[in-house]
Design a protein around this ligand. Structure first.
Ligand code: PMP
Length: 366
């Protein structure tokens, strides 16, 4: 996608002049480990029912604006009321609407290196970020600084597990943040299901959800793009106080979640326990891959609670290019990002994906 030409920029407000069309840095490869997708996909038996459900969609009708059936199923799973849930066109839409509803002119407490869209979407609606950078070595949040800055900010976002560093936040820390920030706190739990085995069956994959009753400023974000392997369906959801849900519902586009995605997601969520075996394999693979990589010369790894991990290796950008060009393996290069010099982010794939990665890195680094 080309840059926005100057003649078009002059029609745009000045605060948007720095924007560029999003580039996912995608190249077709045999092994895709770059976007934190779930390479296991949807289990075959669940997929069959999903396809049957798609065939029954009445495509001439507008979708159910609030995804009623899916909303009720998600609410029952998480032990909340449907009024606590809002289904969105991926977590991305939820993040955008969070800033649209609460962000105009506000100061956002942010904890980079983290998911870059918070600052990006916030900037589009006049949000200024107060960045409390993570510890440069551990890449963990500096809680003392975060909590000290919180009262002077209007809203906050914390990501658990964080992208791209992989670390989850303790619920007790989230609670302190909820108490210190005067406004809504978005707890982005896109990767929460990977924090340990049994999360889907247990019904409480969100680490912060139990805080909701006592803290009406908690806004939890989940997605079906990761653990459920449905990135293409674009389904995310927010769990929050009904008043917060009303504000998010008021700014959203009413039909942003299409009927096909609602139907597919309903099947996936109803049959969520069938995703658990692949999830367990993935967690075992995460350990296996990290143990093997730790043996390679020059590699630094950070522990991960997600379906990806960050690794630092000298010449990371060149290594990423060689993985792509010589081994048809795609990983994500973060080496040009502040605080992430020489870092690559690697998604944990199926055993065969991970074998390919380990073989290639053994050749290139060994
Ligand atoms: N939050 C985080 C931390 C993410 O990494 C992502 C996806 N990269 C999202 C939210 C949004 O995911 P989706 O829009 O696919 O639901």
């Amino acid at each position: 996608m080309s840059q926005i030409p100057e003649r078009v920029k002059q029609w745009m407000p000045a605060h948007l002049h720095g924007l560029e069309p999003y580039d996912p840095a995608f190249t077709p490869c045999d092994t895709i480990l770059s976007a934190n997708e779930n390479n296991f996909g949807v289990p075959a038996s669940v997929r069959d029912e999903m396809l049957a459900a798609l065939a029954g969609v009445e495509e001439m009708r507008y979708p159910d604006a609030l995804s009623g059936e899916l909303r009720a199923e998600l609410a029952a799973w998480h032990g909340v009321e449907p009024a606590n849930v809002l289904v969105c066109n991926g977590g991305d839409e939820a993040i955008f609407n969070f800033f649209l509803a609460f962000g105009g002119g506000a100061k956002l407490l942010n904890c980079p290196p983290t998911f870059e869209v918070y600052e990006l979407y916030g900037s589009m609606v006049g949000v200024s970020a107060h960045n409390v950078w993570r510890d440069p070595e551990t890449l963990r949040p500096r809680w003392d600084e975060l909590l000290a800055a919180a009262p002077s900010c209007d809203l906050a976002v914390i990501t658990s597990p964080n992208n791209p560093t992989g670390d989850a936040v303790e619920r007790a820390q989230v609670e302190l943040l909820l108490e210190a920030v005067p406004g809504p706190v978005l707890v982005d739990e896109a990767y929460a299901e990977f924090t340990g085995a049994g999360q889907l069956a247990a019904g409480q994959p969100g680490t912060a959800l139990p805080l909701l009753q006592a803290h009406p400023n908690l806004v939890v974000l989940h997605t079906l793009s990761k653990a459920f392997g449905l990135a293409g369906a674009r389904i995310g959801y927010v769990i929050a106080d009904p008043g917060v849900i009303s504000a998010l519902a008021a700014v959203r586009q009413p039909y942003s979640v299409n009927s096909f995605s609602q139907a597919a997601a309903l099947v996936a969520v109803r049959r969520r326990e069938e995703f658990e075996p692949n999830l367990r394999t993935l967690l075992a693979e995460r350990s296996r891959v990290q143990c093997a990589l730790a043996e390679l010369p020059g590699v630094t790894l950070w522990p991960s609670d997600a379906n990806f991990f960050l690794m630092r290796v000298p010449g990371a950008a060149q290594l990423r290019a060689r993985l792509r060009d010589e081994h048809s393996i795609l990983v994500r290069d973060f080496s040009a990002k502040p605080g992430l010099q020489d870092c690559l982010r690697v998604t944990v794939g199926r055993p065969e994906d991970n074998d390919a990665l380990l073989g290639a890195l053994g050749t290139l680094l060994g």
